[in-house]
Design a protein around this ligand. Structure first.
Ligand code: ZN
Length: 1115
């Protein structure tokens, strides 16, 4: 769950379950490297567009960012550069060698006195940390205390929580323990922390076998506040005595009036219904059960393929909960699960950062001393799955829409359980490399072969996963024709066989090696705290009673592996692994998924029938009692916490808050006539750069091709280099290059910002290679590969489908944006749903038409791509951004100059005429789903509202109170939130996995009155202000700082303005809330509504309010 992640990074305010969502961040598997910030997929366009809003500070971080891609590093480095560089700089930073840093230590005596015994102590060079493992003597709780100079402090408590069935107990408990505790007896202390702390991370996740509660902050006082609330929540939650919490977070029967139908409600119940509506997730569940990630898009299935792989142990059931099984869960079982597993004896606790390690033990001892040892640790041990003696095949159905050719909507995925016991670290690392070699980039042979076969549109299955007790491997294709299923299976097997026989060429090995090494050393975890990434990595072994230090120390096994490859060759290293773990391994499960247009309806009908039967068997008294209980629950949910309870949650005061915004150094200069921004920041010898081109001279009809143009630049190849070679070169010489469009409104200006950005990073000594490669990508790539382009189109199609199902709120937000401002409209042209594009063709149809055009008029498309290049590439309107330390900045300048000299010098940019059509009708996009996404928005600048910093505080408050209480808590949606794009003035409301439709719109419309009637004491207001500052000051690694500064420059946000907004935020008063009520009424009165919803709900809505929605089919 991640209410926090949702709010902070993903943006949907909910307790969500990030279950596994973060896995890719800390493992050595391919996934760690492929979802990097530097990816170029067109779907990222929308994502990028929204990132800039971070700078305005009120983020929409979310909306389209659904994926919340971790900014890990797609990288690679260059050690063995033969062709490109004349100097021989280091490929990657050298490992830190210094002894222990200057940090406080805990003396044995102090530890002893506090009840802890020191088990082991090590200096971890890889993260420049001193790590000490303690055991709490009385209970056996284990504690890793990691000390270093990182100000972003992290705490986490992890419990082993293997479920026995699919009722979703661990997941429901994860939600529930944060709903009030002994010391913090309010409805949701978690939400209070979201509102009023400076956390850089606040969340919880349920895995198939464990539950994690992590927090992070750079402010020590804030950090210990968070730790205390979390410890109290875990060990002393109110939910074990409070049936209402169980009902609210888990499930309950709802009956508003005895004459109506009974329905199921519950936050987790609805969340999991959403998960089970997505084909990739179902595939995952069928094969792995339990670890379906929260957000969809292409990464999903990788996270999930257990049930069939693990029929005999805990992984064979869904820790998240199967909506069909969740209602079997009783309150007694729920309480018992907490009693048993949420006990110090079963806990592993992590501290990390620059705080005082003595204080950590002191806080812990207060809690742990209250318990005695128990026997849970032996009962929660995960038992390994024995290997099958022969392969298994499973056929499942998934709910599909009626649109498109159903015959081509099958999926097939092959999954292996690699071993009957955990693997040693070196084998895991080697498998991680193998995974990257096979699947890590578009040029990797297994990925490339599958996509080029034309048998399917997109890869499913995530390659190697090694986060559970036993590692798995899974790979397949989606959108496969019924007749081609077998061909896909054969192709996978024959390609793997070929790879075992022929192995990989040395450039590919070098590229993968450097990518992984760069990534490990750069350790760029994006907005995810580094200490948390390390915790999850360590936990991957620690949770199974193995050594928690070992996973942190990659240096030795990495060197050993490199030496082995150098000595014995790649074939001797990798081929035996493919043979042993995959080809000759009988524990294989093949899963075929068939589309079923009836399934959604049948599931819904089956649920209704159960409920109807239940109702038929109830007496009038029973019904009256149920209606009363429903009412009672609602009343409780809607009753605000008493002020004294609210005050129990510790908070900072305004004087703890810095009065100035975070300063990012910037020097604006020019090189050879082109504007260059330089940010002098310590980056550990990595150079980060962005080259920005003006897109405003592009002809309107070319806009839709821009994302495909960007992908072509990176994936088509030049006259001399095939795309595989080009990709490998990028992998060997740099830390990654990406290209994507960026658009945004600029406050106070008619014309939007509309650019193409090329992003790259490399070790500073490779600056020349980096700029040479950027130049090569921009100028030398040829648009000649018709077949590859066709694949890009198919991939876009598959991505769009995923987006519609998984991030319906993102789709709704983008549609509303497109209706309300030009930047949003442009964005839709470049990869949105684009329903009105070309005479009401929907987006998928548009792509289908394009697919045909590739066959009929490839020359035309190719010359359009060339025209885009010509229109964009010019020194005129170009801007370069550099982030590194001073010395490296200076050294890079000459390469920047050389690069700029090679750019064409076109005449001044002439703005193209774009005929932005902004139809303002309400719209409902039909998809086969059991849950809806409901949005409503208006441009409040148009009604005269003038931006004031208080708007940040107010919209955050609306999300965290009004919408949270009404849309989520009593409405039963997984999330409800609002967003204010301060650049365009668009204020939008959105819900996520929502069982309602019109009812949610009514709640949005009530926001103005909510603000007018708001009764807010000083304490609450202060918390709201501090929480807002926490968002504004969100933690950024140096590359992100440089990037934010660039975007501020592009959007004309000055330091003076930032200071002014900050002062306005800090001085927000209750009066501001009332004034804002009038502005926000514009959404009620003039707003446009967009819903992504099920056909039944849309029908019902249009019956209730005649033709309220214009209906569009999308899937
Ligand atoms: Zn959840």
């Amino acid at each position: 769950m991640e209410r926090a992640a949702l709010l902070r990074s993903l943006s949907c305010s909910s307790l969500a379950c990030n279950r596994f969502y973060f896995r890719s961040s800390h493992k050595l598997s391919r996934s760690s490297f492929s979802h990097a910030s530097f990816s170029s997929s067109p779907s990222d366009a929308a994502v990028r567009r929204n990132q800039h809003r971070l700078i305005g500070n009120l983020t929409r971080r979310s909306v389209l960012r659904g994926q919340g891609r971790l900014e890990t590093a797609l990288s690679s480095s260059l050690r063995f550069n033969k062709k490109f560089s004349t100097i021989s700089a280091r490929a990657v930073a050298s490992p830190p060698t210094q002894p222990s840093p200057d940090v406080a230590e805990v003396s044995d005596e102090v530890a002893e006195k506090l009840g802890f015994e020191k088990i082991s102590e090590q200096f971890i060079g890889e993260c420049k940390s001193k790590a000490v493992l303690f055991k709490h003597k009385k209970t056996g709780a284990e504690v890793m205390s990691v000390s270093n100079e990182d100000e972003n402090k992290v705490f986490g408590i992890v419990l082993r929580t293997p479920p026995k069935d699919s009722t979703g107990i661990p997941h429901i408990l994860e939600h529930s323990v944060l709903c009030g505790s002994r010391k913090y007896p309010l409805k949701e202390p978690f939400v209070e922390l979201l509102k009023g702390s400076l956390h850089t991370f606040l969340n919880a996740f349920t895995y198939p076998d464990r539950t994690c509660y992590p927090v992070a902050s750079t402010n020590a006082k804030d950090f210990y506040n968070l730790v205390d609330v979390y410890l109290d929540a875990v060990f002393f939650p109110k939910c074990v005595e409070d049936f209402h919490t169980f009902q609210q977070e888990g499930w309950h029967f709802e009956l508003n009036n005895p004459s109506e139908d009974i329905s199921y409600k519950g936050v987790v119940f609805n969340e999991m219904k959403g998960v089970y509506s997505q084909p990739d997730n179902i595939l995952g569940r069928a094969s792995q059960q339990a670890c379906s990630p929260f957000f969809s898009e292409a990464t999903t299935c990788k996270d999930a393929y257990i049930i069939a792989l693990f029929p005999d142990n805990t992984y064979g059931v869904d820790s998240g909960g199967d909506p069909k099984v969740i209602p079997k869960l009783t309150f007694e079982e729920f309480k018992e699960f907490h009693r048993k597993y949420y006990h110090p004896s079963n806990a592993r606790i992590w501290f990390y950062g620059n705080d005082d390690p003595n204080e950590r033990l002191r806080i812990l001892s207060e809690y742990l001393d209250m318990f005695d040892a128990n026997s849970t640790p032996s009962e929660s041990v995960i038992k390994p799955q024995k290997l099958f003696s022969e392969p298994v095949r499973i056929v499942e159905k998934y709910p599909a829409g009626e649109g498109g050719n159903l015959k081509k909507k099958h999926m097939v995925c092959l999954n292996w359980l690699l071993s009957d016991k955990p693997l040693d670290l070196e084998t895991e690392l080697t498998l991680g490399f193998l995974d990257h070699l096979m699947l890590g980039t578009p040029a990797s042979p297994l990925r490339k072969t599958l996509l080029e076969s034309g048998l399917g549109d997109a890869i499913v299955g995530g390659g190697i996963e090694d986060e559970l007790l036993q590692p798995q491997f899974s790979i397949g294709l989606k959108n496969v024709s019924e007749d081609d299923i077998q061909k896909v299976e054969e192709l996978i097997m024959s390609t793997l066989k070929k790879l075992a026989e022929e192995s990989f060429d040395s450039d590919a090995v070098e590229a993968s090696m450097n990518t992984i090494e760069f990534s490990l050393r750069e350790n760029n975890t994006g907005s995810f705290p580094r200490g948390l990434s390390l915790m999850l990595r360590s936990m991957g072994k620690w949770i199974y009673d193995m050594d928690p230090f070992e996973p942190l120390k990659y240096e030795k096994p990495l060197m050993a592996l490199k030496a082995r490859i150098a000595e014995e060759g790649a074939k001797a290293v990798f081929s035996p692994l493919i043979e042993k773990f995959i080809l000759n391994n009988p524990h294989r499960v093949t899963i075929e998924m068939q589309p079923d247009t009836e399934k959604a309806t049948l599931d819904e009908a089956a649920e209704k029938e159960i409920l109807a039967k239940l109702k038929a068997g109830m007496t009038e008294e029973d019904l009256a009692e149920l209606a009363r209980a429903t009412q009672e629950l609602r009343l409780k949910q809607e009753t605000p916490d008493p002020p004294e309870a609210l005050r129990s949650v510790p908070s900072l005061s305004l004087c703890d808050i810095p009065k100035e915004p975070i300063h990012v150094p910037i020097e604006v200069g020019n090189i050879n006539g082109v504007k260059v921004l330089q940010h002098d920041l310590f980056t550990n010898d990595v150079l980060y750069t962005e080259v920005v081109f003006d897109m405003s001279s592009l002809k309107q009809e070319l806009l839709p091709l821009v994302p495909l143009f960007c992908q072509s630049l990176l994936e088509m190849g030049t006259k001399d280099l095939s795309f595989v070679q080009l990709n490998q070169l990028i992998g060997r010489k740099t830390g990654g290059i990406s290209v994507y469009p960026f658009t945004s409104s600029i406050r106070g200006k008619e014309d939007p910002s509309c650019h193409m950005i090329v992003r790259g990073k490399a070790m500073a000594g490779r600056a020349e290679d980096l700029f040479n490669l950027v130049n090569c990508v921009l100028q030398e790539v040829q648009f000649t590969d018709q077949q590859r382009f066709k694949q890009f189109v198919s991939q876009s199609k598959a991505r769009m489908e995923n987006r519609l199902r998984g991030s319906g709120h993102g789709v709704a937000a983008a549609r509303m944006d497109a209706k309300l401002n030009v930047a949003g409209w442009i964005s839709e042209q470049m990869g949105g749903v684009r329903l009105e594009y070309l005479d009401d063709l929907n987006y998928l149809e548009f792509l289908q038409a394009l697919e045909e055009k590739v066959d009929q008029d490839w020359a035309g498309i190719s010359s359009s791509l060339e025209e885009i290049r010509k229109s964009l590439l010019s020194r005129e309107g170009c801007l370069v951004n550099l982030t590194a330390d001073g010395k490296n900045l200076m050294n890079s300048e000459k390469f920047v100059g050389k690069f700029l000299d090679m750019l064409p010098n076109n005449s001044p940019v002439k703005k193209a005429k774009w005929n932005a059509r902004l139809p303002s009708s309400n719209e409902a996009i039909v998809i086969p789903t059991q849950v809806n996404y409901v949005g409503k928005a208006a441009n409040i600048y148009k009604t005269g509202y003038q931006l004031n910093g208080s708007a940040y505080v107010i919209s955050k408050h609306i999300s965290n109170t009004w919408l949270w209480d009404r849309v989520r808590v009593s409405g039963g949606a997984y999330g409800g939130f609002c967003d204010f794009d301060t650049h365009s003035g668009v204020f939008s409301f959105l819900s996520y996995r929502d069982p309602n439709l019109l009812k949610t719109l009514d709640i949005y419309d009530g926001t103005g009155d909510f603000l007018r009637q708001l009764d807010m004491d000083d304490d609450t207001l202060t918390k709201a202000i501090i929480g807002t500052i926490g968002d504004v000051d969100s933690y950024q690694l140096p590359d992100a700082k440089g990037y934010s500064s660039l975007l501020r420059h592009i959007l004309g946000i000055t330091e003076e303005e930032r200071q002014k907004r900050r002062e306005e935020i800090l001085s927000t008063s209750v009066k501001d809330f009332r004034t804002f009520a009038d502005a926000i009424d514009a959404v009620k009165d003039k707003g446009v509504a967009v819903a992504v919803a099920s056909p039944d709900d849309i029908d019902a809505a249009n019956k209730e309010r005649t033709n309220f929605f214009q209906v569009k089919k999308a899937l």
